[in-house]
Design a protein around this ligand. Sequence first.
Ligand code: AMP
Ligand code: ZN
Length: 493
Amino acid sequence: MAETEPLYIYNTLSGKKEEFKPIAPPFVGLYTCGPTVYSDAHLGNVRTFLTFDIVYRYLTFLGYNVRYVRNITDVGHLLHDADEGEDKIEQRARMEKIEPMEIVQKYTNGFHDTVKTFNLIPPSIEPTATGHIIEQIEMIQRIIDNGFGYEVNGSVYFDVKKYSEQHDYGELSGRKIDELLEQTRDNLEGGNEKRFFADFAIWKKASNETIMKWPSPWSEGVPGWHLECSVMSTKYLGPQFDIHGGGMDLKFPHHECEIAQSVGADGINPVKYWMHGNMLTVNGTKMSKSLGNSFLPHELISGDHPLLDQGYSPMTVRFFFLQANYRSTIDFSNDALVAAEKGLKRLMNAVNLLDKLTIAEKTTIDIDSLIISCEKSMKDDFNTPITLAHLFDGVKMINSINDNKDQITKTDLKRLKDHYFNYVFEILGLKAENEESESRGLPDELMSLIINLRNQSKDNKDWATADLIRDELKRLNISIKDSKDTSTWNYEN
Ligand code: AMP
Ligand code: ZN
C-alpha cells in the first residue's frame, strides 16, 4: 500500500481529529448501526448510511482490506427510550396483522432496495439481532458474573452506578454521571424495576402475548437493544476493532451503553475510532418519522410529497449529501436540490468530455496539484464538500481544454481520466447519468408501451385485452390511473 499522507479521522471519543492507525493493517474493521426494520427507511437514515458508504469506499480505495459490518435490528428496539414498552416490530406486526418476521422481511427488502437506489455498496456482513440471541445471552451472563448486571423479575439491567465507580460512563457522550444521579429519584417513581435512572435493560422479560421471545436463564424474553451491536461488532471484528459509526442521535445512550457492556463483560474498550454522522433536517428540525417531516426515497424520486416541488434523481440526492461535511447538519430544501442537480450535471458533462478531448504536445494545466488537493481533503476526515470543490476546479480545466484555451498530453489525459474515474465513481459513488436513466428510464418506456397497447384495445372496444393488461399489471403491484387525456402508472404499496 503506497501510503503518502496520513488519514485523519475525527474521533468522537477524544473530540479531535486523530491520525488513523488501524489495529492490524491492512485489515480494517468497520461497524455501523443498521436500520430497525419496522418501517421504510427515510431520507435521513439514508444520509447516515451514505456517510459510512463513503468511509468504506475511501478506505478500500486506499488499499485497506475493510470488513464492513452493518447490522439489521429485527428485535429488541422498544418503543420508549429504546428499553421500555412494546417492541417496535411487534407493534407494527399487530397493526399490519402479519407475523413480526414478515414485517422484518418486508422492511429489510425495502431497505436493500433503497440503499441500492442510492448506490451504496452492500456490507461484507449483515448480521441480525435475532440470529445472535445465544451470543447475547452469553454476554449478559458475563456482565452479571462481573457484577455489572442485576436481575429483577426476570429482566436484567446494567448497573450503571456500579460501573461508573470503576469506569468512565459518559466518556463518549460527555454525560456526567452526577447529573444522571440527580434525575434518579424523579424517574424511578411508578414501580420502575431499575435501581438507578441511567441503568438500562440488557434482557427484558416478555409478556405472554409477545410473539418474539427466547428462553434464557432469567425468563422468556428479549435482549436489550444496545446489546446486539456489542455482540455482533466484536463477534465479526474482534474484541477491539477500528471504526464504529452511526448517526449522532445514537451517541447516547446507544453507543455509550455499547462501551459499558463490552468493558463490563470483557474488560475491553471495543472501539478505537467512533464516528458520528450529523442529521438531515427540514427547516432546522431533525427529519424523523414521528415528527411527520420525513419522506421516503420513492416520494423524493417521484416528487409526490407536499414538501417537494418536483422529483429528484437518486444521484442528485447523493450529490446533495456529499456537498455537506458529514459532521454538519444539512437542511433539506428544493433550492438546494435544484442546485445539486445542476452541479451534478456540470460535473458529469466534464467527465464525459474527457473522452473527447484533443491531445496536444504539452500540458498547460496543473494536474498534480489537483490530484494532491483531492487526496488531502479526503484524508482530512473524509471532507467531501472540499473534494467536490477541487473536482470543480478540474471541471474548469477540462472545459478550457475543450475550448482549446488549454492543452493536455496523452499521458496526462490518462492521469486526469483515472483521477476523475476514481473520485467521481469509486470514492464518491456517483453514477453516470445514462446509467441512472437507463435503470429508471427503461421501466417508464416499457410502461408507456403497455399503456398505449391498452389504450388501443380500449379504442377498438377490445375490453377483454384491456382488462387482462390491467389485471396482470395489478398482479405485479403496478396500478394504472386513467385521467381525461393521459394514463399514469405507479407501484402499489
Ligand atoms: P434507525 O432505523 O431509527 O435505527 O436509524 C438508522 C440510522 O439513521 C441511525 O444511524 C440513525 O442515527 C440515523 N438517522 C435517523 N434519523 C436521521 C436523520 N434525520 N438524519 C440523519 N441520520 C438519521
Ligand atoms: Zn447499534
